[in-house]
Ligand binder design. Structure first.
Ligand code: LLP
Length: 417
């Protein structure tokens, strides 16, 4: 559930009118709802209550420092995949001792930066990475806490680009080799083994793949225990889907309840979650203005001022996200079946296809579920400045990232002498 709703035919974020925001800050813009972020975070912590747990929000979903700070204030941990994401967490007053570091290509520099901030854990994705972490930690005269990210070879039944837990995917260590890698970890200097981790994909709408992966990982935990290797935490990754359309993903409470049941025999094992989308997606919308309507006999285009550089998901994954009028018309404007397209010079530049809308030029539209993998995947393609981000908190609206200026487009570029 989120806090975007209509009041007398006008869309509001909490208690602030979207039209007022667009008038003040311009379009396109992302608008986030603090209350929704908080609600979604609590859905996880409430659901996990009764078992030791830590919710490490996946920073890649939405890394605006105001978003991170709202979650940090609630006690959230963070799942990061780069030095830049750790720097953002620190800037947002996040606690590094609650940070887990995922990602397949951690550089020595990134490892050193994370070690200097004494993060909770590195989620190790290969033996080569494990050796590098050991080397860097030894050089720094410190110890790196690690989990092995295992690849359980489970079909997450999601889009192939966001499936990560199949053996043909680049992520994690084949679960069949994991035991040997744990033994290697034990033998290496500068390494403390603390956990196990998996993440099988994103936008999962069924619980079964999570549970199948968990069964395989618990079998590994047992085997390690028998060999005298006692783990302290089990990180089940992120991946819980959201209802973009008619999907019916399990509620965090149902998901966590099933996971907790499986962990009943392991009260000593802290449960770590890495949700990104489930916290942020429905806490944000992308507001855009209709620039032109272009209608031929058999095709209606709504050409809007936001494009694939602002919101890539529809173009990249053929993702469907709801598009609604900010102030639905009750006059005689005809309803047409529109392709809602952007200004970028690519045929694949669209926000949505075949949308029934009654709109006129100048109208505002909102693309829903845009709080995750929206702004963070945006670019300057076609030399388009990245858009403003706003956060609503009750009846207040705060600018949390200003719209980029024209000159910022070539910042850091130089002419030849
Ligand atoms: N943990 C790890 C190690 C991950 O790789 C990811 C996402 C997450 C957690 C968070 O997953 P979530 O709870 O958000 O599903 N750009 C794509 C999604 C890519 C997800 C990559 N990894 C999209 O827009 O659908």
């Amino acid at each position: 559930m989120d806090f975007f709703h209509y009041k007398e035919q006008h869309l509001f974020a909490e208690d602030v009118s979207i039209t007022d925001i667009a008038n003040q800050y311009g379009t396109p813009c992302y608008v986030y709802s603090r209350k929704t972020l908080e609600r979604h975070y609590h859905a996880f912590t409430d659901a996990a209550a009764g078992h030791p747990h830590l919710v490490c929000y996946a920073v890649k979903a939405n890394s605006n420092i105001a978003v991170l700070n709202v979650l940090a204030r609630l006690g959230a941990g963070f799942d990061i995949v780069s030095k830049g994401e750790l720097a953002r967490v620190l800037e947002a007053k996040g606690d590094p001792s609650k940070v887990v570091f995922s990602g397949v290509a951690k550089t020595a520099d990134e490892i050193a930066f994370a070690l200097s901030h004494n993060i909770k854990c590195f989620n190790v994705e290969s033996s080569a990475e494990l050796k590098r972490i050991s080397q860097v930690a030894t050089q720094m005269n410190t110890t790196a806490r690690i989990s092995i990210r295992v690849n359980p070879d489970i079909d997450a039944k999601t889009h192939p680009y966001i499936s990560t837990g199949l053996k043909e995917n680049k992520f994690g260590i084949d679960i069949k080799q994991a035991f040997d890698v744990y033994q290697l970890a034990f033998a290496l200097p500068g390494i403390e083994v603390v956990g196990v981790d998996f993440h099988i994909g994103s936008q999962l709408t069924e619980i079964e793949p999570f549970l199948a992966a968990l069964d395989k990982v618990l079998a590994l935990v047992e085997r390690l225990k028998t060999a005298g290797i006692q783990l302290h935490h089990l990180d089940i990754g992120g991946g819980l889907g959201v209802p973009y359309d008619s999907e019916k993903p399990p509620h965090p409470s149902a998901y966590a309840a099933e996971v907790k049941t499986k962990l009943h025999a392991y009260p000593e094992l802290e449960l770590v979650f890495e949700p990104g989308r489930a916290i942020a997606a429905n806490a944000g919308i992308l507001v855009t203005k209709v620039e032109y309507l272009k209608c031929s006999q058999d095709k209606h285009f709504a050409i809007v001022d936001a494009g694939m550089n602002d919101m890539l998901r529809p173009s990249l994954y053929q993702a469907w996200q709801s598009i609604i009028a900010v102030s639905p018309r009750d006059d005689d404007t005809p309803i047409h079946n529109y392709d809602v397209v952007g200004p970028v010079c690519e045929t694949g530049d669209f926000l949505g296809k075949n949308r029934l809308l009654a709109i006129q030029e100048g109208d505002l539209l909102a693309q829903r579920s845009a709080g995750a993998y929206g702004f963070t995947m945006s670019s300057n393609y076609n030399s388009r400045p990245r858009v403003a981000e706003l956060m609503v908190d009750g009846d207040q609206c705060y600018l949390v990232r200003q719209r980029e200026s024209q000159s910022s487009l070539w910042q850091g570029e130089h002419l030849l002498p």
